[in-house]
Design a protein around this ligand. Structure first.
Ligand code: DQA
Length: 152
């Protein structure tokens, strides 16, 4: 069974309380629960980690080798700053989908650039908690197509 590592970056532990006008009232626990259900229907496994520390996210990406087949990540503010997270994703070469609750392109210009997007399969931004479910579906589809291509 495919296993997906779900990574939540800094400040996402405060979801539900944090700027609800921007990020909504859904908590991180709610998001993980809905991903768990989505994973069951897609017949994949999911493992979750939230961290406010860049290095811890880098370590988790390294540790995914041999354990998970893909990464779903909301890098939070590290999206716009972290060469280290981008390099870690490139280094492990695991298909990665980047998600954001808010539409970062409708917000401040410093959010318009992502260091992660060039090493991601794709990016989903602006659908609130639904961005994660859409991202998981997209990632699993991508992995299944890649697996079938190997078989052919
Ligand atoms: C975010 C967007 C980022 O710009 C911001 O720093 C976050 C959350 C989102 O999910 O919309 O922390 O990744």
């Amino acid at each position: 069974m495919l296993s997906i590592l779900v990574l939540h970056g800094p400040n996402l532990n405060l979801l539900g309380k944090r700027e609800p006008g921007v990020y909504g009232t859904t908590t991180l626990e709610d998001i993980n629960r809905s991903l768990e259900l989505e994973a069951q229907s897609l017949q994949v496994k999911v493992a979750f980690l939230q961290s406010n520390h860049e290095g811890e996210l880098v370590d988790a990406i390294h540790a995914a080798i041999g354990q998970h087949q893909g990464i779903l990540i909301n890098p939070g503010a590290y999206t716009h700053t972290s060469v280290a997270i981008r390099d870690a994703i490139a280094a492990v070469a695991l298909p990665t989908v980047e998600v954001h609750l808010s539409n970062v392109y409708r917000r401040e210009s410093f959010r318009h650039h992502s260091y992660i997007a060039p090493v991601a399969v794709g990016q989903i931004s602006g659908f609130g908690a639904e961005s994660y479910r859409l991202g998981l579906r997209g990632l699993v589809k991508h992995l299944e197509i890649a697996k079938d291509a190997v078989k052919d």
